[in-house]
Design a protein around this ligand. Structure first.
Ligand code: AMP
Ligand code: MG
Length: 303
């Protein structure tokens, strides 16, 4: 496994720390979405076996970082924080796998996931941000969105569900919505998973040929695939118009599932690290409390 090069953790150089990964993956308008090599592994020099090890090692870090987020939000000074991770990407780009990795790392008490599909009748009867607003996490928690309010531009535009005059102003509305969240202590981290045409074809083919995966197949995925370049343009417009230092977009090459999962975990760690989270000081006298504890031990009696 180590191939004489040490473990992945031992090799973690400056480029692979969370801040370094974030810098490498931040959306760059000059390069564009299509300028990103979908099978590259920015910030990670190892192979799949190393990547899986690194993913496992990070699971503990992510869990502890969320614990810190929760504890920080209990501070008496009212410094409340939470985080929303938005996942977008084509069909079969691996959004679900990233969600599984993160929810497996943190657990349901600290991380809530929401898959935003075609709006239900009730959702469709409301403002487009209504269903998103309801899933904004409470203080101390992380919310992971598998698709998001960005579908109210993307899906609506691509499927002609409403005229341009409806979805076009939403770039600005979404930025205002996100600004309000970040100004109130809720970080918004946005990730676009990107796969190649060939990789998407392989993954969609598996859904067609492997019986256990047939439930994932949807004819509409093929219709969407046919419009590959139109989607690329729609994604690019979203990235270009809604990327901001306060609610940044990251583009994660996702041909290698292990890389995408590791990288998104690192992005999460980076943002949690950047929050300057601190545990609350104990609101009691530890020495006195310990004496009390010892006293109880001495006093416990059998019935
Ligand atoms: P999946 O993620 O494969 O389960 O598919 C969910 C589907 O719901 C995708 O085809 C999305 O485009 C669609 N969807 C998500 N949000 C919206 C929305 N706001 N309006 C219309 N379609 C949506
Ligand atoms: Mg789909």
């Amino acid at each position: 496994m180590t191939r004489g090069r040490g473990t992945s953790a031992g090799r973690a150089g400056p480029l692979t720390d969370p801040a370094g990964v974030a810098a490498l993956l931040r959306y760059d308008a000059d390069r564009g979405l299509t300028g990103v090599d979908t099978s590259s592994t920015p910030g990670f020099a190892g192979r799949k076996t190393d990547g899986l090890l690194a993913q496992d090692a990070d699971a503990g870090l992510i869990r502890r970082a969320q614990e810190r987020l929760h504890a920080h939000s209990l501070r008496p000074d009212g410094a409340r924080r939470a985080l929303i991770l938005v996942l977008q990407g084509r069909d079969a780009s691996g959004k679900g796998g990233v969600v599984r990795h993160l929810s497996g790392s943190v657990g349901p008490h600290g991380l809530e996931t929401t898959a935003f599909g075609v709006p239900t009748q009730e959702e469709a009867a409301h403002h487009f941000l209504w269903r998103v607003q309801r899933r904004v996490p409470p203080w101390g928690r992380i919310a992971v969105f598998d698709r998001s309010h960005y579908e109210d531009i993307l899906a609506v535009r691509m499927h002609g569900l409403a005229p341009r005059s409806v979805w076009e102003p939403r770039y600005g509305m979404i930025r205002e919505f996100e600004d309000g969240l970040t100004a109130n202590g809720i970080d918004v981290v946005k990730v676009m998973l990107t796969v190649s045409q060939g990789e998407q074809a392989e993954r969609l083919r598996e859904r067609i040929t492997v019986p256990e995966k047939a439930w994932k197949h949807s004819a509409s995925d093929l219709a969407d695939r046919l419009r590959w370049h139109e989607y690329a343009e729609a994604f690019e417009d979203v990235l270009l118009r809604t990327d901001d230092d306060s609610a940044p977009w990251y583009v994660v090459p996702s041909n290698r599932k292990w890389y995408a999962r590791w990288a998104v975990g690192r992005l999460l760690l980076h943002h949690l690290d950047s929050m300057g989270l601190e545990f609350p000081a104990p609101a009691f006298d530890p020495a006195a409390a310990e004496e009390e504890l010892d006293a109880t031990t001495a006093l416990i009696t059998r019935p």
